[in-house]
Design a protein around this ligand. Structure first.
Ligand code: NAP
Ligand code: MG
Length: 503
């Protein structure tokens, strides 16, 4: 197959024109340039899609305005990307860890240097409040590269081994070419979660961002160019689920790392069964947030807000099932109502916005269906935030349900929106039983002032992460991942490296 390589490796080669977006809501103004059309990033350059995949628009969900066109990755594009990754593998894997580390440090530094631009781009493409992209997504993405840069030359300490005769085992080996498929809720951060550990361990990658939020992954590809990352070590192929499936099914892929819905995760697990592909799955959740009567209620209410309305509730570990001890239920609900009424819903580029736009029209329709189902099943809907919403764009007022039964659909299924199901319990045992009564097991929150209770409850919760008197806090040193239908494998920490080495 021949591929038309552009003269200079830049996204601009595919720009029919460049739009400069002025962003004036931050303390200072910032400018973000978006090309009219993007190609894939394969073998160290931006290339036009092969195989007739064509292009599709990525839109700003807060305005419904198309931002640019991105390429729909075909089987031929995925094949080219896998070949590029395979070609780059021996040299990259053979590089001393301390040399690989330098590239990861450089990527981390470049993310910091371009932080403002990346934050604006993330917010424009995905709808999340600029305060979150600026203070959470982008700094954490940089932190993931810094953290994993630190591991690159210490892998033999992370995975020490001896043969039975006492001689040391050979250097830690990478798995190979990794196919990495990510969702739209934390686009750059999920790209960092996938790429940083893979690269640290000497793997090469083919990354597919979600259809609705490809822009920061493409900018990260530019950063790979800027830091001189060897060609083919990171490849980015854009497209929809078909592109993801082409990656999963490609025989040249050694490992699949997927973050997304449980439904797609099951399909991927079925496709990988019977092959020698390694697989890690980070899937959905319906996480419990448990408030005991001895908790600091004001703090807990902040934690409830953080747990479910952060990123419009588009969070796999969102605290979407609230369990409140009966004696404080009324107080918690009242304080929640007051706090929710103060949330600012609207323009994601305004730094005072708390709740931004829903990521896509399709996701908005899904959330609405769940809200209707909750009402139809007899739960009581509280939509206390009556501020006017913008005319255009995809908006959903934050809300919560009371009078929820465990059998109600809003208590069982992941809504992935700013909708909370409030329930009560009497005893710690009941709280544990009800919290664990779900096919998921990604995260949980516990609020109490009693230290002994904290550890007792945490020990019994079947969740990959348990937050105590806080919620939705992340750190690259802390492994993240699920139990049950929330998937398997861990990302972050020493445990996260295991998915990327042959031990
Ligand atoms: P999704 O539909 O499963 O999509 C995830 C990714 O997979 C996207 O890039 C998607 O492409 C791609 N894809 C779709 N069908 C595919 C197929 N048959 N084979 C291979 N790839 C395919 O999930 P989503 O709606 O984007 O994200 C929301 C879900 O992700 C929620 O359930 C949430 O809980 C979960 N999530 C989990 C974590 C975690 O760490 N556990 C983190 C974030 C999100 P398109 O974008 O084009 O559809
Ligand atoms: Mg978009």
């Amino acid at each position: 197959m021949t591929r038309q390589a552009p003269a200079a490796p830049s996204r601009l080669d595919f720009a029919t024109e460049l739009t400069r977006w002025e962003y004036a809501a931050a303390p200072e103004t910032a400018q973000v340039e978006i090309a009219a059309r993007y190609g894939h990033f394969i073998g160290g350059e931006f290339v036009a899609p092969a195989g007739g995949g064509g292009h599709f628009a990525s839109i700003n969900p807060a305005t419904e305005q198309p931002l640019c066109e991105v390429a729909q990755g075909s089987d031929a594009d995925v094949d080219a990307a896998v070949r590029a990754a395979r070609d780059a593998l021996p040299a990259w894997a053979g590089l001393p860890g301390k040399e690989r580390a330098k590239y990861l440090y450089r990527i981390a530094r470049r993310i910091q240097e371009r932080a403002r631009e990346l934050a604006v781009l993330e917010t424009m493409d995905g709808g999340k409040p600029i305060r979150e992209s600026r203070d959470v997504d982008i700094p954490l993405a940089a932190a993931h590269f810094f953290y994993h840069a630190g591991w690159a030359d210490k892998l033999e300490f992370a995975f020490p081994g001896r043969r039975t005769d006492g001689t040391p085992v050979p250097p830690v080996q990478p798995v190979g070419v990794c196919g990495q498929i990510i969702p739209w809720n934390f686009p750059l951060l999920m790209a960092a979660w996938k790429l940083a550990p893979a690269l640290a361990c000497g793997n090469t990658c083919v990354l597919k961002p979600a259809e609705t939020t490809p822009l920061t992954a493409l900018r990260l590809a530019e950063i790979c160019l800027e830091v001189g990352l060897p060609r083919g070590v990171v490849n980015v192929v854009t497209g929809d689920g078909r592109t993801g499936a082409a990656i999963v099914n490609h025989p040249g892929i050694d490992k699949i790392a997927f973050t997304g819905s449980t439904e797609v995760g099951k399909k991927i697990a079925a496709a990988a069964a019977g092959t020698d592909k390694r697989l890690t799955l980070e899937l959905g959740g319906k996480s419990p947030n448990i408030i005991f009567e001895d908790a600091s209620i004001d703090q807990a209410v902040e934690g409830i807000i953080e747990g479910i309305y952060f990123n419009q509730g588009h969070v796999c570990c969102a605290g979407s099932r609230l369990f409140v001890q009966e004696s404080v239920l009324e107080e918690v609900v009242e304080k929640l109502r007051i706090r929710m009424a103060s949330l600012r819903v609207g323009d994601p580029l305004d730094k005072n916005t708390d709740v931004g736009a829903i990521n896509s029209k399709q996701q908005l329709a899904t959330i609405r269906r769940y809200v209707e189902a909750g009402v139809a099943e007899g739960a009581r809907l509280h939509e206390v935030n009556g501020r006017p919403l913008p005319d255009r764009g995809y908006w959903c007022r934050p809300s919560f349900f009371t009078g929820v039964q465990p059998s109600h659909v809003v208590a069982r299924e992941e809504i992935f929106g700013p909708v909370l199901a409030v329930m009560s319990f009497r005893t710690p045992e009941e709280a544990i039983t009800r919290a664990n009564n779900t096919p998921y097991g990604l995260a949980a929150g516990v609020w109490t002032d009693k230290g002994s209770k904290i550890f007792e409850i945490a020990r019994h919760l079947k969740a990959g992460v348990v937050w105590l008197n806080t919620y939705n806090k992340f750190d690259p040193a802390s492994p993240f991942g699920g139990f049950k239908e929330s998937g398997f494998g861990r990302e972050g920490g020493l445990q996260g490296l295991r998915g990327y080495v042959r031990i």
